[in-house]
Design a protein around this ligand. Structure first.
Ligand SMILES: *Cc1c(COP(=O)(O)O)cnc(C)c1O
Length: 357
């Protein structure tokens, strides 16, 4: 199987091998050491400001989205949410669920966030800004510098869902002034799903200490307290945390986050060059290195997904809802190489020869 989806993505052999091992008991000095190293490497790779913390929640990426909202925002906040697709919409639903006052910046499909959108909300008493920096559902990558200066000017608490962007696009928490950065195990970390990670700035930590969150499992106060000694309040997905450890150490050995980002960027570029003469149209105004969203000009996108899966054992990422037949996405995160791109391109050409494309 060759996996070009956006998560779960292709894991390396090393990560798969750890997955086949017995899961150890975790209230031990050995596991604490792994967790403390995981935290340090996450802080390093996101360039978190001094005295930041990272917590590892057992749950998919959405657990971190929800935890960020309920531990740092209250009904006295006034939140601005960038809603350009299904992940932006998810932040809207989370705020709605917990009665956090919000307004949304609605973007149409494939549309980038621009200064004119933000200008409407300048100086209007907002307190926080929520954005999925790469709206994975449409493949649009937002301009972090634009967001960063708007938030600084308006003194907004900035929560960045970088779940599909972390380790694929440059992200510097100190430089952009983000207060919370979120990611998940099954995207560019290329591990199985089940762990989501939050990097928390001192400003976020101060909000958490004061919070009276209505949730027990996702209350970050106990996660932070236990994390001081490399532990978690409840049984975590121990096996995945061991896989994340191997992956983070590996990235460090290979030169750190910047080198990994360069590798993903080169792979995305290689793919985008190779599809130039295929009957596809790129449908995003601004792309992440993580994904290329494509519109096949002559046939159903979903049919291409099915054909590649059933006849070639290659997985690309279909879209849901209205876009099902219009768009598919090709991911560049995970243990993939330029040779793998060639295999996918050869399959596209084969479909073309058969008159399918
Ligand atoms: C994958 C993803 C999530 C998390 O989704 P889960 O299914 O809960 O893991 C959140 N935001 C973005 C932008 C994503 O790409």
């Amino acid at each position: 199987m060759l996996n070009f989806t956006v998560g779960p993505v292709q894991s390396s052999e090393e990560i798969c091998n750890i997955g086949s091992e017995q899961v150890p008991y975790f209230r031990t000095a050995e596991f604490s050491k792994i967790m403390l190293e995981n935290e340090q490497l996450m802080l390093k790779f996101s360039n978190a400001p001094k005295d930041s913390r990272a917590v590892f929640l057992t749950g998919s990426g959405t657990a971190s989205m929800e935890a960020a909202v309920i531990n740092t925002l209250t009904s006295s906040d006034k939140v601005l949410i960038v809603n350009g697709g299904s992940f932006g919409h998810r932040f809207v639903e989370i705020c709605k669920t917990y009665n956090i006052p919000y307004d949304e910046i609605k973007l149409s499909f494939g549309e980038a966030l621009k200064e004119k959108h933000l200008n409407l909300y300048d100086g209007k008493g907002y307190t926080a800004f929520l954005v999925n920096i790469h709206e994975t559902s449409t493949g649009v990558y937002y301009d972090i510098d634009l967001i960063s200066s708007f938030c600084r000017k308006n003194n907004l608490f900035l929560i960045v869902d970088a779940i599909s962007s972390f380790l694929a696009d440059p992200f510097d928490m100190s430089a952009c002034g983000a207060d919370i950065m979120l990611t998940g195990s099954q995207k560019a970390l290329a591990c199985p799903p089940g762990i989501s990670i939050m990097v928390l700035s001192p400003k976020a930590l101060a909000r958490i200490v004061k919070s009276k969150t209505p949730c027990y499992y996702l209350d970050l106060k106990s996660a932070l307290k236990n994390g001081e000694r490399g532990q978690t309040p409840f049984t975590p997905a121990v096996g995945i945390l061991r896989q994340i450890h191997a992956r983070l150490k590996n990235i460090e050995r290979e030169g750190g986050a910047q080198e990994e980002i360069k590798r993903v960027a080169a792979l995305a570029k290689d793919f985008r060059n190779k599809i130039k003469d295929l009957p596809f149209e790129i449908v995003s105004e601004s792309m992440s290195n993580a994904v290329t969203p494509l519109h096949p000009k002559n046939v159903s996108a979903y049919d291409i997904f099915l054909k590649l899966k059933d006849e070639y054992d290659i997985w690309i990422c279909p879209n849901g809802g209205e876009l099902k037949d219009k768009i598919f996405r090709v991911g560049h995160i995970g243990a993939l190489t330029a040779k793998d791109n060639d295999v996918l391109i050869a399959a596209f050409r084969d479909l073309q020869k058969k008159g399918v494309l």
